[in-house]
Design a protein around this ligand. Sequence first.
Ligand SMILES: [Zn+2]
Length: 479
Amino acid sequence: MKLDLEEPTMFSRSALAAILAVFAPVSPALAGTLTPPPADQALGRALLKELIELNTQQDHGTTAAANAVAARLRAAGFVGQDITVIAPPDHPTKGNVVVRLHGSGKAKPILYICHLDVVNARREDWTFDPFVLTEKDGWFYGRGTVDMKSQDAATLESLIRLKREGFKPKGDIIVAFTADEEGSGDANGVDWLVKTHRSLVDAGLVINPDGGEAGVKHGRKLYLGVQTSEKVYVTYRVEITDKGGHSSRPTAANPIFHLSRALGRLGDYAFPAHVTETVKLYFAGRSKLETGQVAADMLAMSRPEPPAEVVARLSSVVETNILFRTTCTATEISGGHAESALPQRAQATIQCRVLPGEPLDQVKATLLKVLNDPAITLTDLYPGDASPESPPSPKLLKTIASVKAGMWPDAILLPIMSPGATDSAFTRLGGMPSYGVDAIWDDLDDGRAHGRDERIGVEVFDQEVEFTYRLMKALASGG
Ligand SMILES: [Zn+2]
């Protein structure tokens, strides 16, 4: 097995130890009441209902929702240029709203990004109407309750609560409620705002509640994730052509045989192991939730130069293998045109999921080397956009850990790299360190985001409202 493990460059050993210390559970005595005051609890729920019942599927757009959010903000005392409702001129239904709570200028602004659109949901697939907020047996049902209208409502409520209190943040708090995050939307609000209205959203720190992950297993709250990075995907077409001919006169040039051998080589290949700063911290924290060999292996993985046998064991499990390796896999194949003809063409689709920090052209070069056939052509179907890792800053993790400790002392804090994509890719590409965090405690064995009967626990929602408020205040106080 080839190893390419780097010494941690971001931190000294002692800084790493300081970060690990925040994983330690704190005394339950610190946990106070976890729900917001009654008026804020009621407002949070009202905002959730309003947002769920504004249908923001792709073909409906987000402008009506953006206007509804703006109306709530005006009613809360935000005025004039501090609220901007804005859509790309060629996509008037893909509206965004950006709001600013002014700080004292002692720190750079903090930007929250919250998408307003949802994945399509069909009434006939659901037990309840997905666009009516339904409360039943301690759950709120509705499209967006997990992804991400609960976080939208919690963020909006927190901002309104801080405004009402007369809270003066150190740096401005900006919230952008945006369009077109889901699916293949062509008017992604975050991408568009960062590229064309930078001054509206420019910040020193970005919080994306959509990238958070709060894991529950068998009813136990295990970890609160802080997403610092994500894999990016790139898709290629591999193709081999030949002049073909009669199948009674086979030749060595047969494209199907060539392609099969090349894909076989790819199937046997593993990209080098590369443990990013985030994944080191992830394994260090995660090892506390495991036992026996797995716990020992994860702990070893968080240290410089883990032994080859540890890497091999964790490579044999999909869920851990994908955390420290770029992967490229075949997803589609086609070839030939008649039963009795030599094929003139064979092609396959290969999709790669690339670790942050690994150059995409290098991945392509490796791929060509592994396929190892001069007859092959490799073309980009989806070129991808590299997105760097945001450094898992000890100060930020400490602030989040202290808010978490005041609410859920027994759960650990876990820096995470998402295997999938969020809007944070755009802000990271724009040079703004971005972190995904929320407290939508969700059963790891019953994830319903994007699925039917999407739901959130009523208590979980109320606590998300409180958590968002506390974290926003702590971050904006310079924590
Ligand atoms: Zn989302």
